[in-house]
Design a binder for this molecule. Structure first.
Ligand SMILES: C[S@@+](CC[C@H](N)C(=O)[O-])C[C@H]1O[C@@H](n2cnc3c(N)ncnc32)[C@H](O)[C@@H]1O
Length: 232
């Protein structure tokens, strides 16, 4: 396991939104957040900015500075966490890839593994859990056995594009939209408002398509901090 730690960033090295990471006035952290399967640091940094001891974990290194475990997240799930947010790999569970299932037996095995992994995150011993994935096909839905809590879109959080994103929530409230730009977005040509769908093929396409939108990350951090730490 590799742990990269950068607790305090200067404003110049912090991500572009809203000031330095972990810059709580009192210096007291709100609790521990684990963001599983995140290389971008988007959700980690949004929580860290509000004063959480926030860690991302991915098999890949973190794209930017911040607390990051580079390992299988199952190796750190047993630590004490207050909130777990997970973006498990969707390759075998997503509805957009369902036709591939019927082309190879190996993909069914991968689907079973992906559903087990989803279940391990969902059943982790953490008081508040949110898992995120695209719309799943019927086989995946049946295997994971829990219904999504809500479906959100980037345009609900200020981004002029669409991408249906499902959230499974345990002991966390539904997210409320923060800046609905659907009307403006609909004036754009389809290849802009469905930018991710139209990305050209290439080795980094999956990464670009899976990166969490900053507006969604900020909504998670703001709204779930309010819900779990109402007096902070
Ligand atoms: C769909 S991407 C999510 C990306 C995320 N939304 C972000 O902004 O960084 C899934 C990620 O899960 C990671 N992953 C897959 N299996 C993992 C595991 N067992 N432990 C930790 N990370 C894992 C992959 O490396 C990949 O980066």
């Amino acid at each position: 396991m590799i742990a990269q730690t950068e607790m305090l960033l200067t404003p110049s090295s912090a991500p572009s939104t809203d000031g330095p990471i972990n810059s709580v006035g009192s210096g007291r952290l709100l609790g521990r957040v684990l963001v599983a399967c995140e290389y971008s640091g988007a959700v980690r940094d949004a929580f860290a900015r509000l004063g959480w001891d926030a860690w991302s974990c991915d098999l890949l290194p973190s794209e930017g500075p911040g607390n990051h475990y580079q390992c299988d997240v199952r190796d750190v799930l047993k630590e004490k966490w207050d909130i777990l947010i997970g973006h498990p790999t969707c390759t075998y569970m997503s509805n957009s890839g369902v036709s591939w299932l019927h082309k190879s037996a190996e993909r069914w095995m991968k689907l079973f593994e992906a559903a087990d992994f989803f279940g391990e995150l969902w059943n982790a011993d953490v008081p508040h859990i949110a898992l995120e994935n695209p719309v799943m096909h019927k086989y995946a839905k049946r295997l994971i056995g829990v219904k999504q809590s809500q479906v959100v879109q980037p345009w609900m959080f200020g981004h002029m594009e669409g991408k249906a994103t499902c959230l499974w929530l345990k002991n966390l409230p539904l997210l409320t939209e923060t800046n609905n730009v659907k009307t403006e977005m609909m004036k754009l040509p389809i290849n802009q408002r469905q930018r991710l769908h139209y990305l050209p093929p290439g080795p980094y396409r999956w990464k670009e398509r899976s990166r969490t939108f900053s507006g969604l990350a900020n909504a998670m951090a703001n709204q779930w901090t309010l819900a779990t730490r109402p007096n902070s």
